[in-house]
Design a protein around this ligand. Structure first.
Ligand SMILES: C[S@@+](CC[C@H](N)C(=O)[O-])C[C@H]1O[C@@H](n2cnc3c(N)ncnc32)[C@H](O)[C@@H]1O
Length: 200
């Protein structure tokens, strides 16, 4: 993505409505409210989590994202930000790990190591909320141009997504399978699995 496309994307998502999955994930947690927002973008989920009394560690690979979030949350010491990738971030212990439309871009060669770190960082009864890239997504095809979004991450079948959650109770599991256009007017098919799961 060009710098302009990234700016436009963050402008259009900075006040996105909170996804039902995230609202539900937070409802599963009681007192220990430490969240990690992986690939936090313009920070709309950080704002929701702060309104729900979470301390939030948030990272993104894009400096533009963290620059914006640093400005947005500058008076809030319970938002801890860093420019990091999924693999460079040092995951603190957390009760909620959120990867909203971001794990889709974790490089396939890094996924297994990253997923191990995410599982280890979640406390007992901690909740994961996030999306995985499905095989029918345009990003999973050979003619996907990385310039549309970020380079595509690992592709999963439904069975493979479910296998990631051994040692969890899957609270909600949904499939997104729809055609449309990106913000840039480019035809795209979205195929993702969205999961909320609680560590046993
Ligand atoms: C589709 S946006 C979603 C942003 C935010 N989670 C939201 O729902 O509004 C994907 C985000 O993942 C970030 N990202 C892409 N590759 C990444 C990587 N390897 N490590 C960390 N963040 C990454 C992008 O910079 C972008 O902010």
């Amino acid at each position: 993505m060009s710098t302009k496309q990234i700016r436009d994307y963050y402008n259009s998502t900075k006040n996105s409505n909170v996804r039902a999955d995230l609202a539900y994930a937070t409802s599963l947690l009681k007192d220990y409210r430490i969240a990690i927002d992986c690939g936090c973008g313009a920070g709309s989920d950080i704002a929701f989590l702060r309104n729900n009394e979470f301390t939030v560690y948030a990272f993104d690979i894009e400096e533009e994202s963290i620059r914006r979030c640093a400005k947005r949350f500058k008076h809030d010491e319970k938002v801890i930000l860093s420019v990091d990738s999924f693999s460079s971030f040092v995951y603190p212990n957390a009760s909620l790990i959120l990867a909203d439309a971001s794990l889709l871009f974790c490089p396939p060669s890094e996924f297994d190591q990253v997923w191990t770190k995410i599982k280890q960082a979640l406390s007992k009864r901690g909740v994961f909320c996030g999306t995985f890239l499905g095989p029918r997504d345009t990003m999973a095809t050979t003619d996907y141009a990385d310039s549309v979004f970020w380079p595509a991450g690992k592709v999963f079948t439904e069975a493979e997504v479910r296998k990631n959650f051994e040692g969890f109770n899957i609270a909600t599991f949904s499939e997104i399978d729809l055609s449309g256009e990106t913000d840039q007017g480019i035809a795209h098919h979205w195929h993702m699995y969205s999961v909320v799961a609680q560590k046993v």
